[in-house]
Design a protein around this ligand. Structure first.
Ligand code: AMP
Length: 397
């Protein structure tokens, strides 16, 4: 069976076609600027030349229609007909408390996705739009929802409750959910394989460090804790998000800067983090370069970034009572040699010792701990699309 993996943002559609007989990827692509003048479709059939199509697409249905046409195109397509697609898997950011696993999409599932609009206003509406567009165009195949929050639903109340009046949890579902769950799921399972132990017997700390960043502590096959919370704003220092701060700063700055709630939301989500602190960029490559050429603010931003990560490692080591391995993944985790080295420096008391020579790699699955390190340090490129394809295949077959 071939599976179509779809990830819809507010103005984008990312897709992959995966052949489940050997899990090989046949094509990847991106439709950008959906609903905005200047729509482009970048299609990469594996083993053939990349194709760029410029054609305005008023909505996700039109965008998806173009994707399907491209997939069966004689010249650069990868399918003879759409009948070869046996199922479609959709990334959905928020499943609320309803789903700890992926599910076949029914009207009831769509209702839950819709019910989460108010707690995931930027993500769930376009996710649902993508699902409905695909269902309209491919009504004869099963469609599966794979939730970013699902893996974290294994967390217990000790870690998902905030110390707020209980009724805001009951009334408004204010609690910690966690995100990047599909990535934490993939790399923690791969880590168990690399450790040569059953997943259920492992204690793993995963560091998904990209433009958005989160960590998870995994024990006995379950998430014990994760750094993102009610929204992806909580936790680590990110490209443009502040991560953990004293919540009183929000009220203070709303007053001082004359911001309303939506402006404050944008301030802490889009103008803070590495961008706000360094004044250089949200991209860590630029911040590292600036710091290396003497930019003091860039160096402070990096020090805050490392400090926060070390703090969470310590926190999770305490919650797990030690761990078998750390796992670095996503754009920064897979590629940023200096960042990994600085995060792991001076943690030998916790049994974490990095071999800095082995660490000089990018984007490879490898153990970079010293022989005598009690804790293994893995770099594992994440593969959320493969998890979506596998779950979709397993449910559809
Ligand atoms: P992601 O969100 O997972 O796609 O990660 C994107 C981020 O990875 C970029 O914003 C960069 O900050 C970071 N990144 C990618 N490559 C490197 C690198 N070689 N060194 C430092 N940061 C990197």
């Amino acid at each position: 069976m071939k599976v179509l993996v779809v990830n819809c943002g507010s103005s984008s559609i990312k897709y992959q076609v995966v052949d489940m007989t050997d899990e090989s990827v046949l094509a990847v692509g991106l439709v950008d600027r959906v609903g905005i003048p200047g729509t482009t479709l970048k299609h990469e059939p594996i083993g053939k030349d990349e194709v760029l199509i410029k054609k305005d697409m008023p909505d996700h249905t039109a965008g998806m229609k173009l994707v399907l046409e491209v997939l069966i195109n004689e010249e650069y397509g990868v399918l003879k007909s759409m009948d070869e697609i046996g199922a479609a898997g959709h990334r959905v950011v928020h499943g609320g408390e309803g789903f700890a696993e992926s599910v076949i999409i029914t009207d009831e599932v769509k209702k839950v996705i819709k019910d989460c609009f108010d707690i995931a206003p930027l993500h769930n509406p376009p996710n649902l739009m993508g699902i409905e567009a695909c269902q309209e165009l491919m009504s004869n195949i099963p469609h599966v929802a794979v939730f970013d929050t699902a893996f974290h639903q294994t967390m217990g109340p000790a870690n998902y409750m905030y110390a707020l009046p209980y009724e805001v949890y009951e009334k408004y579902r204010v609690r910690r959910y966690g995100f990047h769950g599909t990535s934490h799921f993939y790399v923690s399972h791969r880590a168990a394989e690399m450790l040569g132990k059953p997943f259920e017997e492992c204690k793993i700390i995963t560091l998904h460090l990209g433009n958005g960043a989160s960590m998870a502590a995994v024990k006995g096959g379950k998430v014990v804790d994760t750094s993102m919370g009610f929204t992806p704003l909580e936790g680590l220092v990110m490209g443009t998000r502040s991560g953990d701060i004293d919540p009183a700063i929000v009220f203070f700055l709303m007053e001082k800067l004359g911001m309303d709630a939506s402006e404050a939301n944008s301030y802490f989500n889009k103008k803070s983090g590495m961008l706000g602190l360094s004044g250089v960029s949200n991209d860590l490559r630029d911040v590292l370069e600036a710091a290396a050429s003497g930019n003091e603010r860039a160096q402070i931003a990096l020090d805050v970034y490392y400090n926060k990560l070390k703090g969470y490692i310590g926190n999770y080591m305490a919650k797990l009572n030690g761990c078998d391995c750390l796992v670095f993944t996503a754009g920064v985790g897979e590629n940023a040699i200096d960042i990994r080295e600085n995060v792991c420096a001076d943690l030998d008391y916790l049994g974490i010792k990095m071999d800095v020579a082995k660490n000089k790699v990018r984007g490879k699955e490898v153990d970079v701990a010293t022989e005598d390190s009690k804790v293994r340090i893995f770099i594992i490129p994440t593969n959320e699309e493969l998890v979506i394809a596998r779950d979709t295949y397993n449910l559809a077959k």
